[in-house]
Design a protein around this ligand. Structure first.
Ligand SMILES: [Zn+2]
Length: 123
């Protein structure tokens, strides 16, 4: 079953803009890499996933819906398990997972941290 994942969400765009402002370069929605990271740079070996607080069970913001609670719990569990499996495929890479709320809180700071990884590794 395909995961419902919006492309170009607001936090994702904010993060991209912040990383770009730091002078780091990357590709977006890289379908040739495992899990199709939202940002990636092969040379730097960095893959970044922007995770929705609901779909990925953010400890601060995930609230189990009242209806079909077990279905949603299981759904989030599976998303997390899938991500763990994806991570294992990135041997020698830095895999960064950012909850949307982290970006919403301070996108410049989140962007700066990721830009550092990208720039440092890419030479
Ligand atoms: Zn959150």
């Amino acid at each position: 079953m395909a995961r419902i994942r919006a492309k170009d969400t607001k936090p994702e765009l904010a993060l991209r803009q912040a990383v770009h402002a730091e002078g780091a370069r990357f590709r977006v929605h890289v379908s040739t890499l495992p899990g199709r990271p939202d940002l990636a740079n092969r040379r730097a070996k960095v893959a970044v996933f922007v995770d929705g607080c609901f779909w990925h069970g953010c400890p601060k913001h995930f609230v189990v819906p009242r209806t079909r609670a077990e279905f949603w719990r299981e759904k989030v569990r599976r998303n997390q398990a899938r991500r763990r499996a994806v991570r294992e495929l990135y041997v020698g890479w830095r895999v960064v997972e950012v909850y949307e709320c982290t970006i919403a809180r301070d996108s410049a700071r989140a962007g700066e941290a990721i830009a550092k990884l990208l720039v440092r590794a890419a030479d």
